[in-house]
Design a protein around this ligand. Structure first.
Ligand SMILES: NC(=O)c1ccc[n+]([C@@H]2O[C@H](COP(=O)([O-])OP(=O)(O)OC[C@H]3O[C@@H](n4cnc5c(N)ncnc54)[C@H](OP(=O)(O)O)[C@@H]3O)[C@@H](O)[C@H]2O)c1
Length: 232
């Protein structure tokens, strides 16, 4: 049996990914605050910004997971509307906890249980390699995620574990809708920024994650999955 351990599979890209792996016969274990609408997903309600999270998730995983082929997908993320002028230290730390620190807690614990063929897939963003205004803490954390992935590749040389960072473009999920205030006109103008003139479906990112997990040749790679963005 192969297992997917994923964060943030209650909705959006994470949910699409979890269902894709379930369909492929994986056991799927999820950590998020709310429950995914699919009984096949074993879900544990946790807030990944909680500073005390380590003992809770490692105890759960220790109890429920044997050493095996594991795909670990770091999908949960927090996005704030903030700038270098106003980003508050406590909120900044909270974003870094969810987007960067908790993924490393999972890495450190799960690598011990990963057999050859396992993988660690990070979710970056177009904003892993460029910045826009009003997303200061998110941009910072998504740049860090690329560094984590590259260091993961180097540190795990010879283990048979591969890693990559999938960087979605504008994908039709709650995160994107919340960031633009659920404004349909803004969503239309964002869609027009892709060379295909539409938003990405979460299933398209899920397929990309699945492909990266199945193919060890994709190791240390940053994969942009954005339909081609029109640069101004
Ligand atoms: N949508 C886009 O356009 C886009 C573009 C580039 C990159 N991405 C990346 O793709 C990934 C998925 O994003 P999405 O668009 O699918 O977002 P989403 O629909 O808002 O889902 C985010 C997931 O993260 C979980 N999460 C957030 N904060 C959490 C916390 N404190 N503790 C536990 N779980 C938490 C949420 O679960 P609960 O609310 O149930 O806790 C939810 O399942 C993220 O890494 C994001 O940065 C998205």
């Amino acid at each position: 049996m192969k297992t997917l351990v994923i964060t943030g599979a209650s909705k959006g890209i994470g949910f699409a990914t979890a269902t894709q792996f379930c369909d492929a016969g994986y056991r799927v274990i999820n950590f998020s605050r709310s429950t995914p609408p699919d009984d096949r997903i074993e879900s544990y309600a946790v807030d990944l910004s909680d500073p005390e999270i380590e003992s809770r998730i490692t105890a759960l995983l220790d109890e429920h997971l044997e050493p095996e082929e594991i795909c670990l997908v770091h999908n949960s993320a927090t996005m704030l509307n903030d700038t270098v002028r106003n980003a508050d230290a406590e909120e900044f730390v909270e974003v870094l906890r969810v987007n960067v620190v908790t993924p490393q807690i999972l890495n450190r614990f799960l690598i011990k249980k990963m057999k050859t063929g396992s993988s660690i897939i990070y979710l970056g963003s177009t904003l892993s390699e460029k910045a826009v205004t009003n997303a200061f803490s998110y941009v910072t954390s998504k740049h860090a995620v690329v560094g984590m992935m590259r260091a993961t590749c180097q540190d795990l040389s010879g283990t048979g574990i591969h890693t990559s960072c999938i960087c979605p473009g504008f994908t039709d999920t709650e995160m994107l809708r919340t960031h633009v205030g659920d404004d349909e006109d803004v969503l239309k103008s964002i869609a027009s920024l892709s060379t295909f003139g539409r938003l990405i479906d979460p299933d398209e990112i899920a397929m990309t994650i699945y492909y990266a997990a199945q193919n060890p040749v994709i190791n240390g790679a940053v994969i942009h999955a954005n339909l081609g963005q029109i640069e101004s």
